[in-house]
Design a protein around this ligand. Structure first.
Ligand code: NAD
Ligand code: MG
Length: 381
């Protein structure tokens, strides 16, 4: 199976490459894309010898283009050709943030299998990506761990209205048990230091604020085409139960594994049989699992996510862009951690975007929201 890995130099990229390495007789890395990490991309090219490497950043492309005998590409039309290449069987969408929308949108039109990690493209793109995937017969399989768990638990479903409720679990992140008002002075290192997962910086901050779970609620609503009210969010500090589907006859089915992104990736890459990986087993002889209510002071941010699900239009684009600007501003030392929420709330309130969504209007809403959010950041600093 030939794989095109979008965002190969990131944390999800690492996990995908590890699964490919362990299953090299079945899986082949055909192509990669990345932004500008030269060292990491050169290591991947040396180890896996893909045929193509698309480099988003022009000057990095100029530096790399004659350094190896593989084909380096740059520019939107080359990206489109690579995504549509006849030899690509599976596309893995693992770019971080709104930057992943362009490639995910192109992938949705190919009729190929797409493994989706880039939740921001679904949140910002509303039902545009899922509708496009449906139209072109592209099969989206989530590799975000909670959504992959739901996908696996739903495979026991017999009729579309069998499901009573879906519980999405959240680790609680590094500040579990703390109130927003306790988080004024936390540092970047504190916020990036996730207890269970080793991830890129943007999603690590989202996990620390719990905005990640709000993005995931929207992601789940669109991917599984279910009402927002079906989904509950719950804190589960061990990150072993990745989500739970409760059926109308009273059975709750969950998917469990130690926190390791290679597990959902291996599942999603499998066809007739499950792909073996060298994973850490759950020790059932000494296992304490706990579940707690989502913290009260994050219910307001959860409410925004539920409003996005119910009202649609450009609200997902606005929520996503406001959050991306807030996270970047925290990472650039412009605002303190607790102000991330204020930037999102003040940017999200009183917006007047139209309900007609197209790919162009999403880019426009994203641009306008970023301008507004930056003004909010400026007013705080
Ligand atoms: P990361 O920051 O480690 O890697 C991001 C990748 O995207 C890199 O390869 C980078 O080169 C590429 N990229 C960044 N900006 C780009 C741009 N402008 N154009 C093209 N490429 C660009 O991120 P990550 O942690 O691997 O997360 C990737 C996605 O997967 C995110 O949407 C995240 O929410 C989702 N996800 C990650 C994890 C995890 O464990 N890391 C778990 C679930 C979901
Ligand atoms: Mg997740």
């Amino acid at each position: 199976m030939n794989i095109l890995l979008l965002g190969a130099t990131g944390s999800i990229g690492d996990s995908v490459l590890s699964v490919i390495k362990e299953n090299h007789s079945e899986l082949n890395l055909f192509g990669i894309t990345f932004h500008k990490n030269k060292n990491k991309s050169q290591e991947i090219i040396k180890d896996f010898k893909p045929e193509f490497a698309y480099v988003e950043d022009r000057s990095t492309f100029e530096d790399l283009k004659d350094t190896s005998d593989i084909t380096f590409l740059n520019g939107d039309s080359s990206l489109k050709e690579l995504i549509e290449h006849d030899d690509v069987d599976v596309i893995i969408s693992a770019i971080s943030g709104f930057a992943g929308l362009k490639a995910t949108y192109l992938a949705a039109s190919t009729g190929k299998k797409i493994l989706l990690a880039n939740k921001e493209s679904i949140v910002a793109g509303g039902d545009l990506i899922t509708a496009r995937a449906k139209k072109f017969n592209s099969k989206i399989i989530p590799i975000d761990s909670e959504h992959n768990a739901i996908f696996q638990c739903l495979s026991g479903q017999r009729s579309p209205d069998d499901v009573q409720n879906i519980t999405i679990t959240a680790s609680g992140g590094p500040f579990i048990g703390k109130k927003i008002s306790d988080l004024k002075d936390v540092t970047k290192d504190d916020a990036l230091n996730h207890p269970n997962w080793d991830m890129g910086s943007k999603i690590s901050i989202d996990s620390a604020t719990l905005v990640n779970k709000c993005l995931e609620l929207i992601e789940a609503k669109y991917l599984f085409d279910l009402e927002e009210s079906i989904f509950d969010l719950v804190i589960h500090p061990q990150s072993i139960v990745h989500s739970v589907v409760t059926y109308k006859d009273g059975s709750s089915i969950c998917q469990m594994s130690m926190p390791d992104m290679r597990v959902p990736i291996a599942h999603a890459l499998s066809n007739e049989h499950r792909l073996p990986i060298n994973f850490e087993k759950i020790n059932f002889n000494d296992l304490n699992l706990s579940f707690h209510a989502f913290p009260e002071d994050r219910l307001q941010i959860q409410k925004i996510a539920r409003e996005v699900c119910n009202s649609g239009g450009h609200l997902g684009t606005i929520f996503n862009a406001a959050n991306e600007v807030a996270v970047e501003s925290f990472l650039n030392d412009q605002i303190s951690f607790d102000k991330i929420y204020e930037v999102i709330h003040r940017t999200f309130d009183n917006n007047s975007m139209s309900k007609d969504v197209s790919i162009e209007s999403i880019y426009e809403a994203d641009t306008q929201t970023r301008i507004k959010a930056k003004k909010v950041v400026k007013s705080i600093t």
